[in-house]
Design a protein around this ligand. Structure first.
Ligand code: ADP
Ligand SMILES: O=P(O)(O)O[C@H]1O[C@H](CO)[C@@H](O[C@H]2O[C@H](CO)[C@@H](O)[C@H](O)[C@H]2O)[C@H](O)[C@H]1O
Length: 486
């Protein structure tokens, strides 16, 4: 099963573009990109030096006018090779990134912050190369491509049946802390452009497409998408972007939870509704896509995977080491459950469910509001093959329970009100889930504890890498979970 138990999958091989063209283009861009890429929020390999760049694919979406005012639009897939982390004997890894670059002889002042650089050699010599999504003309061109199904070079554009995508919708690039990049078009659609990509369908397209065929309306249905394809090769298509309806006036669950904490207001009705929404999505996914039952060997393997992940995290984050024995008890309890004959149903999941992944949307039908669920990519650090494997629903539930704890720990006052806020919302969420699904998460004690522990360990590693100032949040959970009685 996904979790961990499976061997780490090596990145699938991707074809390279034909040599003469690619080497000239790379000559233009290598120096600039080697400096620019590691500074991007979405660059996954922070802290490891870049050892080289290779071009996987290059497509001119719009040829640059020579000397004129028309910008060019270049779509690139670039493999960034990196040296292994210090002390690791792993071979150099290479992640593939998607770039959309604008090319102009001179940049208007409004686009100056988007500049990647000016190549000093090769075919782009002397041109201003910049992040194309900042340029409304180029973002508009991308929408035009998405409106009309078809292929251009390695790029293939697909569309859902029916529905209308108007042209000329004004583009607005989101500037939040994202793992990818998103552009909102006329407050009608949002395009998510995946940054780190690998062969195989991205679950953030696959699962919303599958749900669109069911009667579950909790997830915005993809209107259009694009992918890279290499017909005649063994390489699976690689998902590059998804256009979905924009939920106007929505607020994410994280903001709402923080408001409730700041104003000392009740959140349990929302948490309960969120439990119901999660159950509805799980039920629809289980009906639409394959499920199976894990028996003893697979559950033991899952527990072993968690133990291994804890060992890896502890070697990267020393603060975790004193708690290893205590945390491992949760994984041993899962192994014991399997040896006693315990089983577990697995199905496709969200994979990284937390309060930031749920949007509270004003409900046109009833005047109130309702929860929608977004971002089915799974945990960004896991290989795609892992993220696409079925897992137990309690894994998502554990993620949301951790999120209530995260929110509560943002409150500086802490103390008993905040603790009871967290406890009450965790309980309300599970109640809502149980009512809508018929399965009470609390009945799966060993699984829930093991997955909550596994999630807290993941968060320790995530915070140590991306937001060290937040490390204390999952560490508080680690202390609690390590001390919890069997
Ligand atoms: N369909 C949507 N409607 C409204 N806002 C959305 C929608 N999808 C995403 N967003 C907004 O965009 C942000 C980033 O989207 P997300 O899919 O989580 O990207 P990432 O994986 O890069 O974090 C979300 O936090 C949310 O605020
Ligand atoms: O939103 P992403 O898919 O990029 O998920 C990653 O980043 C999340 C933070 O933005 C991280 O979530 C953790 O912090 C949240 C508060 O910011 C909290 O609600 C979550 O419970 C906590 O796990 C997520 O783990 C990571 O994969």
């Amino acid at each position: 099963m996904s979790d961990s138990s499976s061997p780490r999958t090596a990145p699938a091989r991707l074809p390279l573009v034909d040599a003469p063209h690619s080497s000239a283009l790379l000559r233009s861009l290598t120096g600039l990109l080697a400096r620019w890429l590691p500074r991007q929020r979405w660059f996954a390999g922070k802290g490891r030096p870049l050892s080289g760049l290779t071009l996987v694919s290059a497509t001119e979406l719009l040829p640059s006018g020579t000397g004129g005012q028309t910008p060019g639009l270049l779509h690139l897939l670039i493999r960034a090779r990196q040296s292994p982390a210090p002390g690791s004997d792993a071979p150099p890894a290479g992640d593939c990134y998607q770039l959309l670059l604008g090319v102009r002889p001179a940049l208007p002042p409004a686009l100056a912050p988007a500049l990647v650089g000016r190549p000093t050699e090769g075919p782009l010599r002397g041109q201003a190369v910049y992040e194309a999504l900042h340029d409304p003309r180029l973002a508009d061109l991308l929408l035009e491509r998405l409106r009309i199904p078809g292929s251009l070079g390695t790029l293939h554009f697909g569309r859902a049946q029916g529905g209308r995508i108007p042209s000329g919708l004004p583009a607005r690039l989101l500037n939040g802390e994202q793992s990818n990049s998103s552009v909102v078009y006329g407050e009608m659609f949002i395009l998510k452009l995946f940054r780190r990509v690998s062969p195989g369908m991205n679950p953030d397209l696959e699962l919303p497409l599958a749900l669109a065929e069911t009667d579950c309306d909790r997830v915005p249905a993809p209107a259009a998408w694009f992918e890279a394809t290499w017909p005649g090769t063994m390489t699976e298509p690689l998902t590059l972007g998804v256009l979905a309806p924009f939920l106007v006036g929505s607020t994410d669950g994280w903001q709402l939870a923080l408001q409730s904490l700041a104003r000392r207001t009740d959140f349990t009705a929302s948490a309960h509704a969120l439990g119901r929404a999660t159950a509805e999505v799980h039920t629809a996914l289980a009906a639409a896509l394959p499920t199976s039952t894990l028996g003893r060997p697979q559950l033991e393997q899952a527990a072993a995977g968690m133990t291994e992940r804890l060992a890896e995290a502890a070697s990267a984050v020393p603060a975790l080491r004193p708690y290893r024995t205590g945390l491992n008890r949760a994984y041993e309890a899962l192994g014991d459950y399997a040896r006693r004959g315990g089983t577990c149903r697995v199905q496709r999941l969200h994979g990284d469910l937390h309060l930031g992944q749920v949007l509270c949307v004003p409900d046109e039908r009833g005047g109130g509001s309702r929860w929608s669920v977004i971002d089915f990519e799974g945990e960004p650090a896991r290989p795609l093959t892992d993220r696409r494997r079925p897992g137990p629903p309690v894994r998502d539930i554990a993620g949301m329970l951790r999120s209530f704890d995260y929110a509560a720990r943002q409150d500086r006052a802490e103390g008993s009100w905040v603790e009871s806020w967290s406890r009450a919302n965790r309980a309300a969420y599970c109640r809502g889930y149980a009512e809508a699904s018929g399965a009470d998460p609390a009945d799966q004690r060993e699984l829930l504890r093991a997955y909550e522990t596994d999630k807290a360990v993941y968060e320790v590693l995530y915070e140590a890498r991306h937001r060290p100032a937040w490390l204390h949040v999952p560490m508080a959970a680690v202390r609690r979970l390590a001390a919890s009685p069997d």
